[in-house]
Design a protein around this ligand. Structure first.
Ligand code: SF4
Length: 223
């Protein structure tokens, strides 16, 4: 399936699911935290960790940076991999608070490639995490590729199952106008499709709005 299908897929999903107005957290700082905490876990678990941090009154950079390591780990424990994630959060806070005075606005200010490089320079922050922060906390025009996007695109035939992150991102950004809202909405629609129909195991193809254009249906057995 050609990459020119990417705008068409958006239209089909938008027609099927309607506007998502999706925002994965309540504030830009929560987006940053959520982007790290959601690595290898479900958003429901991230939500519990964020609720813990909110309850402890540390959902601001300075307050969180002053937490003892054990305290931070205990608060984010519901998100899993809590030692690894607390170390990553600590490194993010070191830059955010140490170099930008806790100002997320300043931390995320600048040309998109520059800010992206700043984020990727932090150990534990990979492309998906960096791009989620850029798009959702910094309103930078960059398309986020996650496991849902890769699964749907490979099943439909837009990309190979193991297509590199950068390749898939380039395909989307090349096929779509540069538009933060559009990138946000498209990602939300893909998440919706992945949850309702294109699940990892036993996808509900009969209920899928893309059923008629999905290559996977013609390549059994299901992968
Ligand atoms: S038809 Fe099935 S495999 Fe294809 S995108 Fe829809 S749910 Fe996924």
């Amino acid at each position: 399936m050609p990459t020119q299908s990417i705008p068409y897929i958006y239209t089909r999903l938008s027609t099927a699911f309607g506007p998502q107005h999706w925002w994965p957290a309540d504030s830009p700082f929560e987006v940053v935290l959520g982007a790290v905490l959601t690595q290898n876990t479900r958003w429901e678990n991230v939500r519990m960790a964020l609720d813990n941090l909110r309850g402890a009154g540390v959902l601001v950079p300075g307050a969180m940076a002053s937490l003892e390591e054990a305290e931070l780990q205990a608060l984010i424990r519901p998100a899993g991999f809590f030692r690894q994630k607390s170390a990553t959060l600590r490194r993010v806070l070191d830059v955010l608070v140490g170099e930008y005075g806790g100002s997320l606005e300043m931390f995320l200010a600048g040309e998109t490639p520059t800010v992206r490089a700043r984020l990727l320079n932090i150990k534990g922050v990979g492309p998906e995490t960096a791009d989620s922060i850029l798009l959702y906390a910094g309103t930078h025009p960059i398309f986020v590729i996650d496991a849902y996007t890769r699964r749907i695109c490979s099943r439909i035939g837009v990309c190979a199952p193991k297509a590199p992150y950068a390749e898939l991102q380039h395909m989307f950004m090349h096929a779509l106008p540069e538009d933060v809202q559009l990138y946000n909405e498209y990602h939300a629609l893909l998440v919706e499709l992945a949850k309702c129909c294109c699940t990892k195991n036993k996808p509900q193809c009969n209920a899928c709005p893309l059923e008629d254009m999905c290559r996977q249906l013609h390549i059994p057995p299901f992968a």
